[in-house]
Design a protein around this ligand. Sequence first.
Ligand SMILES: NC(=O)c1ccc[n+]([C@@H]2O[C@H](COP(=O)([O-])OP(=O)(O)OC[C@H]3O[C@@H](n4cnc5c(N)ncnc54)[C@H](O)[C@@H]3O)[C@@H](O)[C@H]2O)c1
Length: 372
Amino acid sequence: MLVGVPKEIKRDEYRVALLPVGVEELTRAGHTVLVQRDAGLGSGILDEHYAEHGAKLVDTAAEIFGQAELVIKVKEPLPQEWPLLRPGQIVFTYFHFAADRKLTEAVLASGVTAVAYETLRDDQGRLPLLTPMSEVAGRMSIQEGAKYLERPQMGRGILLGGVPGVAPANITILGGGVVGANAAKVAAGFGADIGLLDVNMDRLRYLDDIMPPNVDCLFSDRHTVREQLKRADLVIGAVLIPGAKAPRLIEADDLRLMQPGSVIIDVAIDQGGCVATSRPTTHSEPTFIIDQVVHYCVTNMPGAVGRTSTYALCNVTLPWALQIANRGILPAAQTLRPIARAINIIDHEITNEAVAASFGLPYSPRFHPHAG
Ligand SMILES: NC(=O)c1ccc[n+]([C@@H]2O[C@H](COP(=O)([O-])OP(=O)(O)OC[C@H]3O[C@@H](n4cnc5c(N)ncnc54)[C@H](O)[C@@H]3O)[C@@H](O)[C@H]2O)c1
C-alpha cells in the first residue's frame, strides 16, 4: 500500500503521526511511505531521519493526499485539507466527529474511509489510542501545577515537595482513572500529600493497593470534595463519564473555600470541565484567575510536549496502521473488531452510531450487524 504522512497544520500541534521506525516497519512489510518535508520538525525528527529509514520525502500535503491509499495523521483534517480527500482513501487519525458537524459532512461527502483513533476500542472495552494521551496529560498536570503554584505565576508560592521542616503541598485529584492515577504517581514522587478521589469502589481498592503511602484514596462525594478544597494547594480535575459531559464537582461558590493563589488544573476541560468556572484555554494563554484561584484549562495538553506525545502515540498506532496496510481496510475490519469499531465513515455512510445520533444523520450498521 502507498502510505502518506502529512505535516500537521492545526495550531499548537507539534506531533507527527509516524516515527522513522514506523517508516522502516511499513517499508519492510512491502509498503511505500511518503512523508511531507518538515512533518517531524515539531517533534525534533528531521527529514533525513525519515529518509534514512526508507521514506520518500515530498514537498506538499497535496502530493500526500493525491497519492496515498492510507493517510496517517494526528488531528482531524482541517477545512484546507478537505478538498484533498479522495474517495476510497483511508484516513487514520483522531477525528472527534461528534464535536464537529461540518467536518462530519465534509468527510461524508469526500468518500474517504475515516478510521478514528478515539473509537478504536479493544475487546476489554479500553481505548488504547486514547490512553497514552491521558498518561501524558496526567503526568503533565502536576508539572504545570508546580509551575503555576510559583509566586511569579500568581500561585501561592509553594514547593510541591516542601523541604525539611516545611510541609509539602496538598494536592486533590478528582478522578482516579488514567489521568488521575498518572497525576498521583508523579505527585507522590514529589513528596506531596495527595487525596485521590473516585466514585468507583473497585478502582479505589486497586489504587489503594498500588499507590504509595502519601496518597489517600477517598470516595468522591460532595462533602469530601468540599473538605479537600479547604486544604488543597493544587486541584487536578480528571473525571470522565464516557460519552457524556464531565460531571461538575466544583461549583463557583466553592472557590471561596480555597486559599488565594491555589491552582486548579482542569484536565477534563475537553469534556466541558469539572469546575463551574472553567473555560477552555490555549498553550499561548493557559491560565486565568477567578476569586484568586488560578485556573489552567488547556484542551490539548499533550501538544506542549510534542516529542514525548509523538512517541507515546506512535507506539500504539503503528501496530494498527500495519494491520490496515497489510490486510486492506475491509479484511482488517472483518478479522479485527477494534478496527471495525474505529471505522466511523465509509462509502459516504456513517458506521458509528453515536456520531450519526449526534447530528440526526442516517446510521449504517454494516460493521455491527448484531450490536444491541
Ligand atoms: N486536556 C487534555 O489535554 C486532556 C488530555 C487527555 C485526557 N483528557 C481528559 O481527561 C479526562 C479523564 O480522562 P481519563 O483517561 O483519565 O478517563 P478515565 O475513564 O480513565 O478516568 C475517569 C475516572 O473518573 C471517575 N469519575 C467519574 N465520575 C466521578 C466523580 N463524580 N467523582 C470522582 N471520580 C469520578 C471514573 O470512575 C474514572 O475512574 C477526560 O475528560 C479526558 O478526555 C484531557
